[in-house]
Design a protein around this ligand. Structure first.
Ligand SMILES: Nc1ncnc2c1ncn2[C@@H]1O[C@H](COP(=O)(O)OP(=O)(O)OP(=O)(O)O)[C@@H](O)[C@H]1O
Ligand SMILES: [Mg+2]
Length: 255
C-alpha cells in the first residue's frame, strides 16, 4: 500500500492506495500547523482504508507545506502530482485547471501524462478559493452552497474589480444598491472563470480538460468556466480536491 499527502495552503488531503486503487482518503484543514495536519490526514486516511501504518510501503508529500511533513520518503511538486492524478483517472486529459485556496494553475500534459508546460497565479488572491471565501463571508452565503445559489441567477452582475480587496468593496456596494445575492455570486464566479480561463487560453487549451482542487466542487464556477471557455470538463470519478494527493500516492507506488 502507498500514501500521498497534499499539504495545501488551506486544506490537507491524504490518499491511501491498495492494489493501485483508492482505498481511503481524508480532507482536513491545514490550520496553523501543517506538520500536524499532514499526520492527522494520514492517520484518518489509513483508518478509512482499513489498514495499519506498517502496511504503507512509501509516502510521498506534495503541496505548499510538503517539506514540513516529516514522514515523507520523498517530496514532489504539486504540478507533477496534479498531472499524474488526472492522467490516472482519464488518459485523454491534456489540460488540468487546478484552483486551490491560495493559487491557480493550468497544467498541460502529454500523452504519457507528463507535464509539458504550465502557467500559475500565486501572486494575488483573485481567482483563488480564498477570494471566494472572502466574498462568501461578505455576502453571508455558505461556501458550499455558492454554486447552487449562483446557478439560479439569470442576470449575473458584472464586477469590474480584479483585486480581492476592491472586489469586496464592490460586492458590499452592490448589496447596498439592492442587487440580488445570486446575481452577485454568479458575477464573482464569472470573474474567476475569466481570470483563470484567460491564463488557460494563453497557454493553449487542449482537450480533454479536467478541473481539480477544492474550487472544482463549486458547480457555479464549473459552469462559468464551461461558458467562458466553450468546453465541457471531463468527468472525474474521484473528489476533485484529492487529485494532487492521489498523484502523490501514485508517485509513491512507482518510487
Ligand atoms: N464544498 C465546497 N464547495 C465550494 N468550494 C469549496 C468546497 N470545499 C472546498 N472549497 C474551496 O476549496 C478551497 C481549498 O481547495 P484546495 O484544498 O484545493 O486548496 P489548497 O490545496 O489548500 O490550496 P493551494 O493549492 O492553493 O495551496 C477553499 O478555499 C474553498 O474555496
Ligand atoms: Mg492545492
Amino acid at each position: 500500500m502507498f500514501a500521498g499527502i497534499d499539504v495545501g495552503s488551506l486544506v490537507t488531503k491524504a490518499v491511501v492506495l491498495r492494489d493501485g486503487k483508492v482505498a481511503g482518503y481524508s480532507i482536513i484543514s491545514s490550520r496553523t500547523n501543517p506538520r500536524k495536519a499532514g499526520e492527522q490526514a494520514l492517520e484518518k486516511a489509513i483508518t478509512n482504508a482499513n489498514c495499519k501504518r506498517e502496511d504503507i510501503k512509501c509516502i510521498v508529500a506534495t503541496g505548499y507545506g510538503r517539506s514540513s511533513f516529516s514522514f515523507a520518503d520523498k517530496t514532489v511538486t504539486e504540478l507533477t502530482c496534479h498531472a499524474t492524478g488526472a492522467h490516472y483517472l482519464n488518459t485523454e486529459i491534456r489540460t488540468v485547471i487546478d484552483i486551490g485556496g491560495q493559487d491557480s494553475k493550468v497544467i498541460k500534459l502529454d500523452e504519457s501524462g507528463k507535464m509539458s508546460d504550465f502557467a500559475m497565479n500565486d501572486k494575488c488572491a483573485a481567482g483563488t478559493g480564498r477570494f471566494l471565501e472572502v466574498m462568501a463571508q461578505a455576502l453571508e452565503v455558505g461556501l458550499d452552497s455558492m454554486g447552487e445559489f449562483s446557478l439560479k441567477s439569470d442576470k449575473p452582475c458584472s464586477l469590474s474589480s480584479i483585486c480581492t480587496v476592491f472586489a469586496e468593496t464592490e460586492v458590499i456596494s452592490l448589496i447596498a444598491s439592492g442587487a440580488k445575492k445570486k446575481d452577485i455570486v454568479a458575477g464573482l464566479h464569472m470573474s474567476i472563470a475569466r481570470r483563470v480561463g484567460s491564463m488557460a487560453k494563453g497557454l493553449g487549451l487542449q482537450k480533454e480538460i479536467a478541473f481539480t482542487g477544492g474550487v472544482a466542487k463549486n458547480s457555479g464556477v464549473r459552469s462559468a468556466f464551461e461558458e467562458f471557455l466553450s468546453v465541457k470538463f471531463a468527468p472525474i470519478s474521484e473528489d476533485p480536491q484529492i487529485i494532487g494527493a492521489l498523484g502523490a500516492a501514485l508517485v509513491a507506488s512507482k518510487f
